[in-house]
Design a protein around this ligand. Structure first.
Ligand SMILES: [Zn+2]
Length: 173
């Protein structure tokens, strides 16, 4: 999969997704096989993300590498692969955990997040991500640095569950 970096992690909608994807020149993307200028559009699939406005159903575009044959979903960095809980909400959960402030704020803002969701985010964070982040002196609250670090060291989005290789694409500034 390929993750397109977006600064705004607070909003997720089909329109926002489509607007970002429309700005991506797929010829500029690099495949996990290392080749670039090798992608063609390859359909789409639907997935759901829980937000404060309820569950948002997104149509996610896929591209296919004409050299290695791999297909890649094009995600936004506000989305965590294989999870219905957005990056923003997972960051909020981790923030509440680190500040020991309780999770009521989370439950009140996103009704579909429950205690078992919170528990699994904290477990994943403590068991896997926190030790790596601390050992490299990365602040969990500096999102741009954190994501660059996770993608460059682990080829994964922060808090990503499965080990499917994931590349970060950043628009040139
Ligand atoms: Zn490839």
């Amino acid at each position: 999969m390929i993750t397109i970096y977006v600064k705004d992690i607070n909003h997720i909608s089909q329109k926002l997704y489509d607007d970002v994807i429309a700005m991506v020149n797929i010829r500029k993307l690099t495949c996990t096989c290392g080749n670039c200028r090798c992608f063609i559009q390859h359909g789409s699939y639907n997935r759901t993300v829980k937000t404060s406005n309820g569950a948002v159903r997104l149509r996610i575009n896929r591209v296919k590498c004409t050299i290695c044959g791999c297909t890649h979903a094009l995600l936004l960095s506000s989305i965590i692969p294989y999870s219905q809980i957005s990056l923003k909400d997972q960051m909020d959960i981790i923030n509440c955990y680190e500040n020991q402030s309780g999770y009521d704020r989370i439950f009140e803002s996103v009704f579909s997040i429950d205690e078992s969701n919170v528990h699994s985010v904290i477990l994943r964070y403590c068991r896997y991500w926190k030790p790596h982040i601390l050992s490299h002196g990365i602040s969990v609250f500096s999102i741009e640095l954190l994501l660059k670090y996770c993608f460059s060291i682990f080829q994964k989005q922060f808090i990503q569950i499965k080990s499917t290789s994931n590349r970060l694409f950043m628009f040139p500034t």
